[in-house]
Design a protein. Structure first.
Length: 201
């Protein structure tokens, strides 16, 4: 009986010893396996966000954004440039207009990741130090706004137009500005402002 218990005890000790060795071995093997795996990508570490590099008003900004983030969201919520407005948020009103390589675009309809590698200009980027752009001055002088909500988009649409066509006719101005709505109906002032800059007044 004593021998049986003795043998039983020895086998238990052997078992526990073997188990302990197995646990240590497993831990070592696991650590080796983890070490052998490549580190998680930066995007995975950022909860699905991706690295986005945007050049806005001449300055490069490195951001971590969700792939679905629109350009207007990046501009307003991450760069805190609130001159760009959100109106309809579906590409109909033009309040969110910015310049992409000098071309007027609706920033609510472009993903931030798509704007990488392009020159983005917001209304803040038109200032030359503290000096307003001639279009900004013309909008003030010609009463080209009332509530002012759509004005940044209107000015940038006009800027794009004049970059392509420095001396547009009135019809060309109307057509070129047709993608930007003014709910206060300050259209006459807007047209006068663009005409005055085109004429160098």
């Amino acid at each position: 009986m004593a021998d049986e218990n003795k043998n039983d005890g020895l086998s238990r000790r052997k078992f526990l010893k073997g188990l302990g060795t197995g646990i240590v071995g497993t831990a070592v093997a696991t650590s080796v396996t983890v070490a052998a795996q490549p580190a998680a990508s930066a995007a995975e570490k950022q909860d699905g966000r991706v690295a986005v590099s945007l050049k806005v008003n001449g300055k490069v900004h490195e951001l971590w954004l969700e792939p679905r983030t629109t350009l207007v969201e990046a501009i307003r919520e991450h760069l805190h440039l609130t001159g760009t407005k959100v109106g309809c948020n579906r590409g109909e009103c033009g309040s969110c207009t910015v310049l992409l390589d000098g071309r007027a675009v609706y920033s609510c309809q472009i993903l931030a990741v798509e704007a990488q590698g392009h020159e983005i200009t917001t209304i803040e980027g038109l200032l030359n130090g503290e000096e307003p752009d001639p279009l900004q001055k013309a909008f003030v002088e010609n009463d080209a706004f009332q509530c002012g909500f759509c004005t940044p988009g209107q000015i940038l649409a006009a800027k794009s137009l004049l970059l392509k066509n420095p001396h547009p006719s009135r019809e060309e101005i109307v057509r070129g500005m047709s993608g930007n709505l003014c709910r206060c109906a300050a259209y006459r002032g807007i047209i006068r402002a663009v005409e005055s800059v085109a004429k160098g007044q």
